[in-house]
Design a protein around this ligand. Structure first.
Ligand SMILES: Cc1cc2nc3c(=O)[nH]c(=O)nc-3n(C[C@H](O)[C@H](O)[C@H](O)COP(=O)(O)O)c2cc1C
Length: 360
């Protein structure tokens, strides 16, 4: 285990301010939270309590480099850089997952005091031994070793842990994807929307036909209200709160010869899969829906006969409890939906016979 302690959290809308990103004060809360978790893990808290002593912060220094946004998973990294007499210097890094972007770095000067009097006390040897020191000479090497690991979701998420309990380690973008019923009111920037469809553009397709088509609507527009009206009531209840609704369509025939394209809907699904993963990388989530009236959508948006409306997507940032249309919908988002075991759908030899890895 590294001498750098790590914990992950998911950014919620409640952590953000009117600028739409995590408020600067929140980082101090995170510093406190991860320092306590580290001390508990190292056995430091257990030594502290009977001594009647505690640590108090004397000075914080924080350098903010990039904003943290709702839905993103942030890894908090901390280590003790120096510990002597009555003082400890603790350092922190805030790293976005899974791309490892450093969002902020910080350090705190802690003073060891007697709780009752507030007077500084010498840090006892037993406490000093709890913390592996990571001075400047070790810091860079240890952080470099973490960099790859940071891209794997091997650390627990502190709040609202929605990572899929996958049977084998998977890419964090796959584990953190889900279809939310609760969206934050925050709009999606045009550049992010453009990137989602650029991701769709690079999907594979039979004969490179690229049969996918999308019709994008944003909340507040007439088209959004029209697409919302095409959804079944159960979907309208929550999807109207998403900032973006997208009608997904596919061209039924090959453009070269006019023959039916049997994998058009499949290839639309591949493109939408790309879109979902790019959305996850940008802190967004996507909820697909087949609960809508395709004929009504075709009539409303003047869709040609040769193009088939297949699904609707709700896209946005996951919301907090107060953003939910109902308590029941909020509860739906608090756990991962179950999955069949792989043996139910992965066969070998003949249909129905589960595949097994030769080296399992
Ligand atoms: C093509 C398609 C249609 C879906 N239609 C609906 C729908 O109409 N309403 C709904 O609430 N969820 C709908 N879903 C979401 C599924 O219920 C959801 O993907 C599934 O339960 C697994 O949950 P997860 O995506 O959160 O992992 C649809 C998903 C897909 C891929």
């Amino acid at each position: 285990m590294s001498d750098i302690f790590r914990q992950r959290l998911r950014v919620t809308a409640a952590m953000t301010d009117e600028n739409g990103h995590v408020n600067n004060v929140e980082y101090i809360r995170w510093m406190q939270q991860v320092a306590i978790a580290h001390s508990r893990a190292q056995g430091g808290l257990a030594i502290l309590e009977p001594l009647g002593c505690t640590w108090v912060a004397r000075r914080h220094e924080i350098e903010y480099l990039q904003p943290a946004l709702p839905g993103q998973i942030i890894e908090l990294q901390t280590w003790v850089s120096d510990l002597r007499k009555v003082r400890s210097l603790r350092k922190y890094r805030f790293v976005r997952c899974p791309d490892g972007m450093l969002l902020a770095q910080a350090q705190t000067d802690w003073v060891f005091v007697e709780t009752a009097s507030g007077r500084p006390r010498s840090v006892p040897d037993a406490l000093i031994r709890c913390y592996p020191l990571v001075g400047p000479e070790r810091e860079q090497g240890l952080l470099a070793a973490l960099r790859y690991e940071t891209s794997l979701a091997d650390q627990p998420v502190l709040a609202a842990d929605l990572l899929a309990p996958a049977a084998t380690p998977l890419h964090p973008l796959l584990r953190s994807r889900f279809s939310p019923y609760v969206f934050a009111p925050r709009p999606v920037a045009g550049a992010d929307l453009a990137a989602l469809f650029e991701a769709a553009r690079w999907a594979p397709s039979a004969y490179n036909e690229q049969p996918w088509r999308y019709l994008l609507t944003e909340r507040g527009s007439e088209a959004f209200a029209q697409l919302l009206a095409c959804l079944v009531p159960g979907n309208q209840e929550w999807a109207g709160r998403a900032p973006v609704l997208v009608l997904c369509l596919c061209q039924r025939q090959f453009s070269a010869n006019g023959k039916p394209n049997p994998t058009a809907a499949h290839d639309l699904g591949l493109a939408t899969g790309n879109l979902q993963i790019e959305a996850g990388a940008r802190g967004l989530q996507v909820h697909p829906m087949s609960g809508f009236d395709p004929a009504a959508a075709a009539a409303t948006f003047a869709v040609p006969e040769t193009v088939r409306p297949v699904a609707v997507l709700a896209i946005g940032y996951t919301g907090d409890q107060e953003d939910a249309a109902s308590a029941e919908l909020w509860q739906r988002d608090q756990q991962r939906r179950p999955r069949r075991p792989t043996s139910d759908f992965l066969f070998a030899g003949r249909y129905g016979q589960p595949w097994q890895a030769a080296d399992a």
